[in-house]
Design a protein. Structure first.
Length: 621
């Protein structure tokens, strides 16, 4: 196990002060004092201007960058003619009444009274959405004679070529993709890099030795080395073909068994160049699978459960998180990508007796969350019913076991720091838990009942202070004290900041709804689109991608010929720095594609009665 010495002494001292809260079934380890905020590396983004057409005109919105001054204001220009009477100061949007869909807009920042140059031209949403053309890979036939085609699945984003605009990284999944519990061959998993205009930068074919399904390929897109261009990281194997046509390992090897599982052969971790798709560095995947049955079964259901994320473990620069296992053994490896090479920062292993991972086995969810839970300026990984500190030591575990959904963020403005809500799959564990993620203390919980598969947390109801939480097994929304506060919403899935107020909306399937005390109100119905991942009904991607701080939603068109982006047509008078420069939110977008997709959350409270949003401490490469 690798650890920097400066971390080891701090953790040895704090581990000696470990306190077991037996009544809550909790193991927790205290952490050191808070440290001063360090500037964090973020993307050098353009203004991200969008123009969304409605029957009465165009909503023009743009990014307030983390590197902009606090007092920046803006002018809006149509084809070089200013359209606003006075500078826009209280928001980063402007409604241009009566303008046609094809109107061409730019925005100019005003800094210390001096108007700056033109921004990029607005991306036009002429029909309320924008289509990004995509092209499906050719289908095929498995060794047992089953034909398959391809569907656009989960996507992530990053500035792949350094031009200041975000690009998509899209996973194509074959129609015969499998859950780990299901036997059978699958087609190959394909990954594309795609610009907003539909230009395909590259295509990576993961090959026959990476099985397709929600739990096998978790890909991370982030600028890990600080060169201004995002890299793409994922697990690879013999026969993976990179974006230049080069093959990793043996091109002829076929490690699939007669049930379609891949339980032998080498496993790799590869960092790909975001602009070309070239494999820049490949190392052995950590951990190796070892003996398959040691993970809890002999057919490969538990050994091939992977999670991935990105975290600012040193407080300033991003590291790659790659993990294996959550039902039994869990191993999490943290990697730095610097100077064209991988360096393993640390490894957390619940089988290890040399660190505080011992006793943390079996606690993972079908996703993970990343955030600074102990307020020391560095990120932790919240991995289901446990958390791992920035230095790779176990921080706490509630020992309440596996769950399908979890939400970490500044959910409650009345309590300092972050809050954490999760549901449990086990019929012998609390159905819902509301947790202090700094130390794992359970603030409230609901009695065990069932396999509670879904749960959501966020401020969706302006009539209640702070957050609301609800789950598939509950019949109402609950507040931060666990008290019931009204009817359960129509969905238990994603969230979206869509309309003009800071209260969040409900995103489910191909629609967005506004919560109401008697019923929900439909705000958006996607046209000609489909959701992903079966009953999970999740979008390709949802988040603050363009425009102001409100969130876009991306679905695949039903024929898999385009990614259809919807952006809000509604004005807001709330001014918030682009959420892409809140690193907790940005890493949330990075891990959104991991296993059972979950929405990103911010490191500060956004909701009814919110204070002025804080400005981030960030720098760009």
């Amino acid at each position: 196990m690798q650890h920097p010495h400066r971390h080891r002494r701090r953790k040895l001292l704090t581990t000696l002060a470990a306190t077991a809260l037996a009544a809550a079934g909790l193991t927790t380890f205290t952490t050191g004092a808070a440290e001063a905020a360090t500037a964090r590396q973020v993307e050098k983004l353009d203004r991200g201007v969008v123009s969304v057409h409605t029957d009465s005109g165009n909503l023009v919105s743009w990014r307030w960058l983390g590197t902009d001054p606090d007092n920046v204001s803006f002018n809006v220009y149509r084809a070089g003619t200013k359209v606003n009477a006075s500078p826009v100061t209280g928001s980063t949007n402007y409604f241009h009444a009566g303008a046609p869909a094809q109107a061409d807009y730019t925005v100019r920042a005003i800094v210390n009274g001096v108007e700056q140059g033109d921004s990029v031209h607005a991306v036009q949403f002429r029909t309320g959405y924008k289509d990004v053309p995509i092209s499906a890979p050719a289908g095929g036939t498995t060794p047992d004679g089953v034909a398959y085609t391809y569907e656009a699945n989960d996507a992530s984003l990053g500035d792949l070529d350094g031009d200041g605009a975000l690009d998509f990284v899209l996973k194509w999944q074959p129609t015969n993709a499998k859950d780990n519990s299901q036997s059978g061959y699958t087609g190959n998993t394909i990954i594309d890099g795609v610009k907003l205009d539909g230009t395909r930068l590259w295509r990576i074919d993961l090959g026959r030795n990476i099985r397709s399904g929600a739990h096998y390929t978790q890909f991370q897109v982030y600028d890990y080395d600080g060169d201004g261009k995002a890299e793409v990281a994922m697990k690879t194997a013999d026969g993976t073909t990179d974006g230049t046509g080069a093959v990793i390992g043996s091109s002829s090897a076929d490690h699939r068994n007669s049930s379609g599982y891949v339980l032998s052969g080498p496993e790799y971790l590869t960092m790909f160049n975001g602009q070309t798709g070239r494999a820049m560095g490949t190392v052995d995947y950590v951990p190796a699978r070892g003996t398959v049955s040691s993970w809890g079964d002999s057919y490969g259901n538990r050994v091939d459960r992977f999670l991935a994320g990105t975290a600012y473990l040193d407080g300033a620069r991003p590291s790659l998180i790659m993990a294996r296992g959550y039902y039994t053994r869990t191993v999490i490896a943290a990697w730095d990508w610097r100077g064209g090479a991988f360096t393993r920062r640390w490894t957390f292993d619940t089988n290890s007796s040399t660190n505080t991972g011992k006793g943390f086995d079996g606690q993972g969810s079908h996703s993970l969350s990343v955030g600074d839970v102990d307020n020391d300026g560095k990120d932790e990984i919240v991995y289901g019913a446990m958390a791992v500190d920035d230095n790779g030591y176990g921080l706490w575990t509630t020992k309440t076991g596996h769950g399908d959904a979890q939400h970490l963020g500044d959910l409650d403005p009345s309590t300092s720091g972050l809050e954490y809500f999760k549901v449990s799959e086990s019929t012998s564990q609390p159905a819902e838990l509301y947790i202090n993620p700094a130390n794992g203390a359970v603030r409230w919980k609901l009695a065990a009942c069932c396999d509670n598969g879904r749960g959501v947390a966020g401020d969706i109801h302006a009539g209640n202070d702070g957050p609301e939480m609800w789950s598939a097994s509950d019949t109402s929304i609950r507040d931060e004290a666990g008290a019931t506060k009204g009817r359960e919403p129509s969905s238990v899935n994603f969230l979206s900041w869509w309309d003009g107020d800071p209260v969040r909306e409900l995103l489910d399937g191909t629609r967005i709804d506004k919560y109401g005390t008697s019923s929900d109100t439909r705000l958006l119905t996607g046209s000609g689109v489909s959701s992903n991942n079966g009953t999970k009904s999740t979008p390709v991607l949802s988040g603050d991608i363009l425009g102001d701080w409100r969130e876009e939603v991306v679905w695949r068109t039903s024929g898999n010929t385009a990614l259809r982006i919807y952006s809000t047509p509604l004005e807001t008078n709330t001014k918030i720095t682009t959420l892409l420069h809140d690193t907790m939110y940005r890493t949330g977008l990075a891990w959104q594609n991991t296993a059972y997709n979950q929405p990103p959350h911010t490191s500060f409270f956004i909701g009814s009665g919110m204070p002025t949003a804080p400005r981030p401490t960030v720098y760009t490469p």
